[in-house]
Design a protein around this ligand. Structure first.
Ligand code: FHN
Length: 455
């Protein structure tokens, strides 16, 4: 009897997955949408020069990880100059436990690191290409392996960024799109046959290595536009490879960002760099953003964003059903920049108090408001909890919440638990606010209201 029952349940689950792939995807991405907040890490040979070459800041843009194509722009660095970085790479201050602790302490639930960026350099002892941390540098440690162990110890998911399209080391890897580079000489684009060689002898085998050796929770691929060379055949080949090796490993939409059907092929959508949509998106999605302007460490990039602004980006995305993957660019010696450490600590302090309004929360179920953002969660069959993230503290001492027709059961400040007075006002509710913001960066109020009373 028991066996029959178990079989019946398994059949029902299988049928659900077959008949409703969306619910299957929901299950698979639940950890991701519950997490809401992750760390992006850009670390590699480019971290050594940190955006400056021969005492000159590199040209074109502040992306320090592009120094090979922008050092002393428009000429870029010679292969010999860039190879010299591999011979210097020895990040003796790298401590995987310290990196992962910083992410955990900031309230982040996952880390995605550049396993291989466009320069083709691998942060693991790849058997596929000797241009890796073990064979090509004096450091000779498996950075990804040490990170994977630390992530296990701290219960943090680990994902890998893999530049499947551009690879400036392999002769068949795609070069920067010429229209974006007026470099001298213009980069020679590879032929389809040359790219196929790279695709079969480096890209696919390295992706296989990464999944088999480290069991990542995410493979974060990176294109922009719709490079013709990533044909539907290659796109499906790469997706099928990941699925065949680990059906739980999430794939992002930047595997071919502008493909018309990409949302049906992948597990979550990745926005453009530092792009924060103003609309709610039902599919799991994330924005990857920088603390300053560069992804890789840039020693002269002083445009550090205030913690409050970074928090508003996180909350704004979560209020629209999204995640925020905040980038760290460690220095060439393996240390996080002090400016990053301070911001991570401040965000962590805010998350320690207000995490309930973020983790596993749902988007704003009512109208957008002029004073800030709303996230939510069901409390029971009839009550819904609204988290009111107050960005603009009202000068007149009250805020109006539009779209709430019934009186709430209660309203209080999440951090201090201070109860607040409220009153009905023509299909909305006004709340009498404390004289000063509890948290000048972002104060969160809680409003419990009957779900029949919201629209
Ligand atoms: O060219 C890369 C860039 O270096 C960085 O890795 C970003 C991160 O989203 N992706 C590409 C530019 O969009």
């Amino acid at each position: 009897m028991r066996k029959t029952l178990i079989c019946l349940v398994l059949v029902l689950i299988a049928l659900t997955v077959l008949l409703d792939p969306a619910s299957a995807n929901q299950e698979k991405t639940r950890w991701f949408t519950d997490a809401r907040f992750g760390m992006f890490i850009h670390f590699g040979l480019y971290s050594i020069p940190g955006g400056v070459w021969e005492d000159e800041i590199m040209g074109r843009n502040m992306y320090a990880e592009w120094i090979q194509k922008q050092g002393n722009w428009p000429h870029g660095l010679t292969d010999k100059e860039y190879q010299s970085l591999a011979e210097q790479f020895n990040p003796v201050e790298f401590d995987a436990k310290e990196w992962v602790w910083e992410a955990k302490n900031a309230g982040m639930k996952y880390i995605v690191i550049t396993a291989k960026h466009h320069d083709g350099f691998a942060l693991w002892p790849s058997k596929v290409s000797s241009f890796n941390v073990m064979d090509a540098t004096p450091f000779k440690r498996d950075i990804l392996g040490e990170l994977a162990k630390a992530c296990d110890d701290y219960d943090i998911k680990l994902g890998f960024y893999y530049s499947h399209w551009q690879d400036w080391k392999h002769p068949g890897g795609a070069r920067p799109p010429v229209k974006e580079f007026h470099s001298v000489p213009p980069p020679k684009q590879v032929s389809d046959a040359e790219f196929e060689r790279y695709w079969q002898e480096k890209c696919l085998p390295q992706v296989k290595e990464l999944i088999q050796n480290y069991n990542p929770a995410i493979m974060w691929f990176d294109t922009w536009g719709k490079p013709d060379i990533i044909t539907d055949e290659r796109l499906n080949e790469l997706i099928d490879l990941v699925r065949s090796l680990d059906s739980d490993c999430l794939i992002n939409s930047r595997i071919l960002m502008k493909h018309p059907d990409i949302a049906n092929k992948v597990d979550f959508l990745s926005m453009g760099d530092n792009h924060f949509p103003k609309n709610t998106i039902s599919m799991p999605w994330e924005t990857s953003g920088t603390m300053n302007r560069s992804w890789g460490y840039h020693q002269w990039d002083y445009h550090w964003e205030a913690t409050g602004e970074l928090l508003k980006k996180l909350v704004g995305n979560v209020s629209r059903n999204g995640n925020f993957q905040l980038n760290i660019g460690p220095k060439g010696n393996g240390e996080f920049p002090l400016a990053s450490i301070r911001r991570l600590g401040e965000i962590g302090a805010w998350m320690a108090v207000n995490g309930e309004a973020i983790y596993a929360s749902l988007p704003n179920p009512i109208a957008t408001q002029d004073w800030g953002y709303i996230t939510s969660r069901p409390m029971n069959d009839h009550l819904i909890r609204l988290y009111l993230h107050i960005e603009k503290w009202p000068e007149n001492g009250e805020i109006r919440v539009n779209g709430v027709r019934l009186l709430p059961e209660q309203v209080f400040v999440l951090e201090s638990q201070q109860s607040l007075l409220f009153a009905p006002h023509h299909g909305s509710v006004t709340i009498t606010m404390p004289h000063i913001p509890v948290d000048p960066k972002l104060t969160v109020l809680v409003m419990d209201v009957d779900r029949q009373g919201i629209e």
